[in-house]
Design a protein around this ligand. Structure first.
Ligand code: SME
Length: 161
């Protein structure tokens, strides 16, 4: 997806529509957003299943590593990654992108799991990094939804305008 298509999805339906469009375009198994609360990352939105690790300490797992380094982490084969925390039995590769604020602080992360080894190439990575930039730019608008329980439930989607 080009940046215009991503931006349109985000304006139309906020974080949920943005993630849904990425998941659909690429056929990823699972995609979610963790938000950073103190020393923890908490799962705020997920599409494609119910992940078992919903609260992860910064520094732990692939998610915690990405938050600590404030850098994208791509794992092409989760079985080779000693820090990996398994959420789904079929997952073989994973990509985590920090959502950085204006001062380069970690606001949250996009996490993607897939059952194919080596699923994440440069194209996928750049696309997801663009999505993380959009989430960062619209963060103040989407934050109340992401921090409230039950995000993505029956309430109408809310874009950042
Ligand atoms: N595998 C992650 C945990 C999150 S689930 O994949 C959704 C990790 O190692 O941090």
């Amino acid at each position: 997806m080009n940046s215009k298509a991503l931006s349109e999805a985000f304006k139309r339906g906020g974080a949920e529509a943005l993630l849904a469009s990425l998941k659909e375009a690429r056929g990823y198994d699972w995609i979610g957003i963790y938000v950073k609360k103190g020393d923890y990352l908490e799962l705020a939105l997920e599409l494609g299943g119910t992940a078992s690790h919903r609260k992860i300490r910064v520094g732990e797992g692939i998610c915690g590593m990405a938050a600590k380094k404030r850098q994208t982490v791509v794992v092409q084969d989760v079985e080779q990654e000693p820090n990996y925390l398994a959420c789904f039995p079929d997952t073989r590769s994973e990509l985590v992108i920090p959502i950085l604020g204006p001062g380069q602080e970690v606001l949250g992360e996009i996490d993607v799991d897939d059952d194919q080894m080596g699923r994440f190439g440069l194209e996928e990575r750049e696309e997801l990094e663009e999505a993380a930039r959009l989430l960062s730019q619209g963060w103040e608008k989407i934050k109340p939804n992401l921090f409230s329980k039950g995000y993505g439930a029956a309430s109408p989607a809310e874009g950042p305008k």
